[in-house]
Design a protein around this ligand. Sequence first.
Ligand SMILES: [Zn+2]
Length: 107
Amino acid sequence: MRQLEYKAEWYGRELIKIDRYFPSSKRCSNCGQEREKLPLNIREWECSECGFHHDRDINAAINILAAGLAVSVCGATVRPEESKSRQAGAMKQKAPNSDVRESRPVS
Ligand SMILES: [Zn+2]
């Protein structure tokens, strides 16, 4: 139970970070360290933190995939609640209105 909660929290934090400035190719997919600069002509680089050798595109793809997983985890928990509240609203509109004539004021 505790481990699951911790994971959900971690995903949430990571998602916010990615939304703001998605450093897909500058970020080390192995340890999470971000490079300050990564010029477009550099196709391969080594992480200064863990020394992992990266192919720019493959590293970006791994980071994007991780972001996509975080999004799908959050989306799965939001949808069922939405459809529930919609059904409740539709039920309320089916109220009978047969006695409208009798409540008219007589002048
Ligand atoms: Zn690294």
